[in-house]
Ligand binder design. Structure first.
Ligand SMILES: [Zn+2]
Length: 105
């Protein structure tokens, strides 16, 4: 049970529902806007959601999907500010060197 007493403290609860973090969540809301309630979007994944009118996936073709890095970054910052989640899975990529790969030509 989460400290707020309103549910199990999983990532969805923490990101979207928990009232203890409403203040921190405001920053995230400014970036994620109307998709603040979409956990896979916040974590940079392709969302299986479909638009209710057209039946098409909201994120389009899964193969062409690219995460919204501004949103992912804001999500990581939110989680760090709460200090409630182990961030290995979420922020592991930040430590990777970009373009640091060895070239074999
Ligand atoms: Zn809570």
């Amino acid at each position: 049970m989460c400290e707020c007493g309103e549910g199990i403290e999983d990532i969805q609860h923490l990101l979207i529902r928990c009232r203890l973090w409403a203040e921190q969540r405001e920053k995230l809301r400014q970036v994620a806007k109307d998709r603040l309630n979409d956990v896979s979007f916040l974590l940079g994944g392709w969302s299986a959601r479909r638009e209710w009118r057209t039946g098409k996936p909201v994120d389009g073709d899964r193969v062409k999907w690219k995460p919204n890095l501004a949103v992912v970054k804001a999500t990581v910052q939110f989680l760090q500010s709460t200090g409630r989640m182990a961030l290995k899975e979420v922020s592991g990529r930040e430590g990777e060197k970009v373009g640091g790969r060895e070239r074999r030509e």
